[in-house]
Design a protein around this ligand. Structure first.
Ligand code: GNR
Ligand code: NI
Length: 179
């Protein structure tokens, strides 16, 4: 397994829609392994291919650490990989979660999204599956599927707030002081 570098704002690749995976093969499973290693090392609870500069429709997640926190106990790892994920149903109730993104380091904001979703995807063996998600996992799946469409969680903020965040990262990338 190889840890790969994570791209950050304002890298234009983050805005590029990712391409569907056509074949679930060994090469793809190696990519997925590398994505898990990169995510656990960061550490993060989700990662999309495009974040390691591979704009293909693959996401990995593990929300077990977060739920262990909430329950105040130890939790075993619960790695989940989804290929060509599609959100096929959304519940009516919205839930707010504090979100962060490995591609927007050290910025956090409360975002409202449907609290319950159904996602259809291929697993690492190429088998079609469907899964109902709620809680933090519902939020992370939506956050990751957004990445595949070139969308970031700051897009849900007001234009003023979003532009402020982007400007900070543009300045930092130019080596200017960000205050
Ligand atoms: O590590 C992450 N934590 C997180 C917290 C709340 C909502 C979404 C996330 S995903 C994020 C990792 C990441 O950037 N995935 O794309
Ligand atoms: Ni993210």
């Amino acid at each position: 397994m190889t840890k790969r570098p994570i791209i950050t704002l304002p890298d234009p690749l983050l805005r590029k829609p990712s391409t569907p995976v056509e074949r679930v093969d060994e090469e793809l499973r190696i990519l997925i392994d590398d994505m898990f290693e990169t995510m656990y090392d960061a550490p993060g609870i989700g990662l999309a291919g495009v974040q390691i500069a591979v704009p293909r429709r693959v996401i990995v997640m593990d929300a077990s650490y977060r739920s262990a926190d909430e329950e105040g106990g130890e939790a075993p790892k619960e790695p989940i990989a989804m290929i060509n994920p599609e959100i096929v149903a959304r519940g009516d109730e919205l839930r707010a979660h504090e979100e962060g993104c490995l591609s927007i380091p050290e910025f956090y904001a409360e975002i409202e999204r449907p609290g319950q979703i159904t996602v259809r995807y291929l697993d690492a063996e190429g088998k079609q599956r469907e899964r109902e998600c709620e809680g933090i996992l519902a939020t992370v799946v939506q956050h990751e599927v957004d990445h595949l469409d070139g969308k970031l969680f700051i897009d849900y903020l007001s234009r003023l707030k979003r532009d402020r965040v982007i400007k900070k990262f543009v300045k930092a990338a130019k080596g200017e002081p960000v205050a």
